[in-house]
Design a protein around this ligand. Structure first.
Ligand code: AHM
Ligand code: MG
Length: 343
């Protein structure tokens, strides 16, 4: 057994030393998040046995049916964060309104999260995940909404947990991106992927993969249609890209970071802002990809520059190899957003 390993807690404590004035609150907050994630991982593993599959009989902020696991994961995130005494206000995919922490327990951080992403994959045992983003309450903020509606440029850290064949916590901070695998025998996240970087396209071990729900091609805009066509039918002797699509953003983006490629959830004719929620899905995932050396865009600019206007607002999203994201942005200059490919 390894006796000298770095856990997520010891990693965060180590980072804190670089900031002598730090209060340690972010360390406590991340500890609370890692506890919530461990509890989610345990619930995901025993969901079939504990009768946690299926619908909870309710719907969430955007009208989606809630699964029992969605509800449980949401309660775990909210309760663990409340009892950390480090958070002022939270926004969750599962709550229509902001969740303010009781005044005596309030701290200075703002946390936005999707407690269980990829809900449609829960019951068939396909990889799902949790996503979180952490901001500090702005000094001048006078109301809760102002605390929450911040751009990705002001993020303190962001991360996701993948509940796959193993459970991994990927944490992005100013320092970079690190991956911690849950060792179920001791209940700790152990640093297994230090300094995660997306491979450069064409570098040894990198893959050419595009990841999009092809079934919606009829509703795509012209820029997305042209881009995907160019991946399938490249010019000259170049080989086409392969296609992978799990349908859980965490799994698709995790693969994109590890193997390389591009993840796309564009605008569609029936959903002109796309499907992915800006505050607690697009922004944290874009931050992680950019910190790992990749790029993000909504077709025009980095996702991190977008100003969220409401808690559950959406945006089209493109993530992955820098050069590919540049190609997508060029196509949007040629075919502006809202130029649909089919009538
Ligand atoms: P959810 O938050 O309800 O789980 O939905 C978000 C998920 C993402 O994980 C994934 O990328 C996308 O929905 C898949 O959507 P689609 O089935 O339209 O391809
Ligand atoms: Mg989601």
């Amino acid at each position: 057994m390894e006796t000298d390993c770095v856990t997520v807690t010891s990693y965060v404590l180590e980072q804190r030393k670089k900031y002598p004035g730090a209060t340690g609150d972010l360390t406590i907050l991340l500890n609370a998040l890692s506890t919530a994630i461990k509890a989610c991982a345990a619930a995901v593993r025993k969901a079939g046995i504990a009768k946690l599959f299926g619908l909870a009989g309710s719907s969430n902020s955007t009208g989606d049916d809630q699964k029992k696991l969605d509800v449980l994961a949401n309660e775990l995130f909210i309760n663990m964060l409340k009892s950390s005494y480090t958070v002022k206000v939270m926004a969750s995919e599962e709550n229509e309104n902001l969740v303010e922490v009781e005044i005596p327990k309030q701290g200075k951080y703002v946390v936005c999260f999707d407690p269980l992403d990829g809900s449609s994959n829960i019951d068939c045992l396909v990889t799902i995940g949790s996503i979180f983003a952490v901001w500090k309450k702005p000094d001048h903020a006078t109301d809760l909404m102002e605390c929450v509606l911040q751009t990705g440029e002001h993020l303190r850290c962001a991360g996701y947990a993948v509940y796959g064949s193993a459970c991994m916590l990927v944490l992005a901070t100013r320092e970079g991106v690190n991956g911690f695998t849950l060792d179920p025998s001791i209940g700790e996240f152990i640093l297994t992927s230090p300094n995660m970087r997306m491979p450069e396209m064409g570098a040894k071990g990198s893959q050419k993969i595009y990841s999009i729900n092809e079934g919606y091609a009829k509703y795509w805009d012209k820029a997305t249609t042209e881009y995907v066509h160019s991946k399938k039918f490249p010019e000259g002797k170049e080989k086409p890209f392969g296609n992978r699509y799990v349908g859980s953003m965490v799994a698709d983006v995790h693969r994109t970071i590890l193997y390389g490629g591009v993840f796309l959830y564009p605008a569609t004719k029936d959903a002109p802002d796309g499907k992915i929620r800006l505050l607690y899905e697009s922004i944290p995932m874009a931050y992680i990809v950019e910190k790992a050396g990749g790029a993000s865009s909504d077709g025009q600019q980095s996702i991190l520059k977008l100003q969220p206007k409401e808690i559950h607002g959406r945006s089209p999203i493109f993530l992955g190899y820098k050069g590919e994201i540049e190609k997508i942005e060029k196509l949007y200059q040629q075919y502006p957003a809202g130029t649909w490919a089919h009538d």
